[in-house]
Design a protein around this ligand. Structure first.
Ligand SMILES: O=C(COP(=O)(O)O)N(O)CCCCOP(=O)(O)O
Ligand SMILES: [Ca+2]
Ligand code: NA
Ligand SMILES: [Zn+2]
Length: 311
């Protein structure tokens, strides 16, 4: 059934497990993720970036938002696991409104690159609009290093737990993404992964709401190796080790944004298939090879984050 993201996350927050939020840009990734969640009897959060909406709508953001709502609801309304659709990294008002208008379960207003007062003001405005439409809201405090919306932040700016308390009280936001040292993409750390667990613990104690970890892909070595064996160049790729993710869940993370791990699994399966099947040109077969590995990664992540069996 199609649900509000807040319902999935409040249950996870109470019971201290996490639900991965999987990004999609097309139908194939959605099918692979859905199959994995059904097999694991897990709640499912599907999320799309602004870029995904533009891509699916072939340039028209209202069509793109509607495409994803129709695609997800078509299946969500006929299965017995809870499924929510979330706008990831909403930075532009028109995308946030398009998502609310189309029927998304929740939206992220990401004004975390702006000064605190501005982030607070913008988030408050979106919470007012979204709540009036029965849509829940995610916001972010602090900055992830690396490229985000082509803002290359050299260093992460970590969340200030005292600010987080004020922010949540003043905005009424439903779930919060505190920056604790992760970054998007496949090249997260130069040396060892370093997350600020102390900071995370304080944010949970002070805000007591569901928390979101961005940049949470683990960049699984076996899939990186397979992709490279068949011609990919992913040298230096490094993600968040799964034991550190588990620690984040113990400290109160309830939504774990996962995009890169699915992209790497898909390209590994696709490259292998193309190399081994030079005569094949049916898209259902070669895209199907990518889908198969995406489903594997989805099932593994649902299992170790504790979402399996929680539907
Ligand atoms: O936090 C995450 C996932 O981080 P990950 O890279 O560790 O999977 N996300 O929020 C996913 C970011 C998706 C970016 O989409 P575009 O390329 O369309 O802008
Ligand atoms: Ca941000
Ligand atoms: Na998000
Ligand atoms: Zn993110």
């Amino acid at each position: 059934m199609y649900v509000n993201t807040k319902d999935i996350l409040e249950k996870a927050s109470k019971e201290y497990y996490a639900v991965p939020a999987f990004n999609i840009n097309n139908m194939e990734f959605f099918h692979a993720i859905l199959d994995g969640a059904l097999e694991k009897r897990a709640p499912l959060i599907i999320e799309t970036s602004e870029g995904a909406i533009k891509y699916a709508g072939n340039g028209d953001i209202f069509k793109g938002a509607r495409y994803f709502v129709e695609l997800v609801r078509l299946f969500a309304d006929s299965v017995d696991i809870p499924i929510a659709l979330h706008l990831d990294h909403g930075k532009h008002f028109e995308y946030i409104i398009a998502a609310i208008k189309a029927g998304y379960s929740s939206v992220m207003i990401d004004a975390s690159e702006k000064p605190f007062e501005e982030n607070l003001k913008e988030t408050k405005e979106i919470v007012k609009i979204a709540h009036a439409a029965g849509v829940s809201v995610e916001a972010e405090l602090g900055q992830l290093a690396g490229v985000e919306d082509n803002v290359v932040a050299a260093e992460s700016v970590l969340v200030d737990p005292e600010q987080a308390k004020i922010f949540v009280e003043e905005t009424g936001v439903d779930f919060l993404a505190p920056a604790i040292g992760t970054s998007h993409g496949a090249f997260k750390f130069k040396g060892e992964a370093k997350l600020d667990f102390e900071r995370l613990k304080k944010v949970k104690e002070l805000t007591k709401i569901p928390l979101v970890l961005h940049g949470a892909s683990s960049v699984l070595p076996e899939y990186v190796a397979m992709a490279e064996e068949y011609g990919a160049d992913l040298g230096g790729a490094k993600g968040v080790p799964e034991d550190q993710l588990k620690k984040c869940v113990e400290l109160g993370i309830n939504k774990v944004n996962t995009d890169t791990d699915l992209r790497i699994a898909f390209i590994a399966g696709l490259r292998k298939f193309l190399k081994e099947n030079p005569k094949e040109f049916d898209p259902r077969h070669y895209l199907g090879a990518g889908k198969k590995l995406v489903k594997e990664v989805v099932m593994n992540r649902l299992e170790f984050l504790g979402a399996a069996g929680k539907a």
